[in-house]
Ligand binder design. Sequence first.
Ligand SMILES: C[S@@+](CC[C@H](N)C(=O)[O-])C[C@H]1O[C@@H](n2cnc3c(N)ncnc32)[C@H](O)[C@@H]1O
Length: 375
Amino acid sequence: MEATTFLVVEAALGEQIHALLKGNGWLNPTLEPLRPSNGSIGFPLQGVQRSETVLNTVQQHLAIEATLLEGKTRYWPPMDPHHQLSEAAETWIRNHKLDVNVHDLLPTKWEKLGQLVLFPYELGQTKAWKEVAQHPMAEALWERMAHALKASSLGLQAPIANDTYRSAQVKMLTGSPDVRFSDHGITYAFDASKVMFSSGNITERRRIGAMNMQGEVVVDAYAGVGYYTFPMLVNAGAAHVHACEINPASLAGLKRGVEANGLGERITVHAGDNARSLEGLFETADRCHLGLLPSSEPVWEACLLALKPTGGVLHIHMNVEEEKIASWTSATVDYFQNLVAHHGLRFSVQPLHVERVKWFAPRVRHVVLDLSFRP
Ligand SMILES: C[S@@+](CC[C@H](N)C(=O)[O-])C[C@H]1O[C@@H](n2cnc3c(N)ncnc32)[C@H](O)[C@@H]1O
């Protein structure tokens, strides 16, 4: 077997790094990870030319210690999920005597939410997929594919709707869109065909969850099904979160999550437009989370006013062109300095950190700016 480049990190961070590598298509899923020492794990990378970029992302943007290592490993025994999937599709094609290349039906990556597997939107747009989808026995293929990935339901992703709710537009192929799963000690439960759950934001969820929010009152202006609300309560130790959410389907998921995680006393759900909810949260918060893309600007002012007179922190999500991140950051600091002056607040505005969460589109990054406001 040829030598492969491995990204070596502390074993305790393995789950987080695995999700990052897989989400970006950097992981070679056919090879087994290495265990160079007791406390470390090495993930096989795909495309040697990208190794430095991967290392750079992990070291600089996530501040995680990592190294590259050349090594040899074996293929996953007995069969990795890609092989399972390939076998399932091949069997179905053979049974139905279709003239389709199996590789045209196989995704290189997918998302798994509990028992539901979601294939990428682009796969469903191919000629081969469309041909197979019209077959009267297509459902049997979807069932086989789901089963191959140890799931019971299968769907195709679709672009997030450009509506207020940022609704999911998953096309279900078989099974139920109702999902329930745990991530980092937190249970999420919702209808994946109605609300989005961005697995690509996993590193940001972990970053937010790793902060110290002991004793803090936090406002989550765009709570969704609790993507950040729950990590702030469960992992970061926030005393109370005011969770604003407008979409009835997300509110249903949020409430299921509150119950599943036993958070009843520590959360207030504000159903409806956050513009209204935030009026009632004047000077109550130590921190506000503003998690809407492409921009959370509609609530910048209201969230500033929601901070206690002792000040606090805003986490501002935004899509920004890569080369404009620095200028956007300083323009945003200026904007808030003007708002602070306009409202006669005596805060000093300091950028604490800019987190590059993921690529949103070519050259466009999803970033989070942590801004501190202190008297
Ligand atoms: C992108 S999702 C947020 C999910 C999560 N913060 C994340 O980044 O994965 C945005 C959420 O904000 C909600 N939302 C959008 N506009 C809103 C408004 N004016 N008031 C309250 N919630 C709103 C949507 O329904 C949706 O659940």
